[in-house]
Design a binder for this molecule. Structure first.
Ligand code: SF4
Ligand code: SF4
Length: 142
């Protein structure tokens, strides 16, 4: 694989060895990724904070799945099932777009055990005005 300075501007790296639609129907650990994809060239070592998922608050809207730039939101049987920490770079976009109150994803120090993070979850904040997703980015809370 070329290093990044050698790519032509606007170059596209195809993530799958086979047809993308065929591969997208499979779980992430079963797909035939190319060696040039971010699946094999993980940037998880950039992470200083990690998102933690609280399934007790999650409404399975999959906003986080749509917006995650590294396809690190995992799902099983139609529900969000957690974070792929082998690939998550800790950008926090998933937390920003989560619409619940309190949020179902929150950032914690990368070294914080998930079980401990879950014991520190905030309560529902009262008096938050619900905003439009399209114009104002969801809840302006937490
Ligand atoms: S922190 Fe960023 S990379 Fe990690 S799961 Fe959330 S959106 Fe994806
Ligand atoms: S955006 Fe929040 S509520 Fe929606 S699936 Fe993700 S964690 Fe759950």
């Amino acid at each position: 694989m070329k290093n990044w300075q050698e790519f032509e501007m606007g170059a596209v790296l195809f993530p799958f060895e086979k047809q993308g639609q065929e591969e997208l129907g499979k779980h992430n650990n079963e797909r035939a990724y190319t060696t040039d994809s971010s699946f094999t060239a993980s940037v998880a070592n950039w992470r200083v904070e990690k998102p933690v998922h609280n399934k007790d608050v999650c409404i399975n809207c999959f906003n986080c799945w749509v917006y995650c730039p590294d396809a690190s939101i995992l799902s099983r049987e139609g529900k969000m099932s957690g974070i792929d920490y082998e690939h998550c770079k800790g950008c926090g976009v998933c937390v920003d777009v989560c619409p619940t109150n309190p949020k179902s994803l929150l950032m914690f120090d990368n070294l914080e055990p998930v079980e401990e993070a879950l014991t520190k979850w905030p309560q529902k904040a009262e008096g938050l005005k619900k905003k439009s997703y399209r114009t104002e980015g969801g809840y302006n809370g937490f």
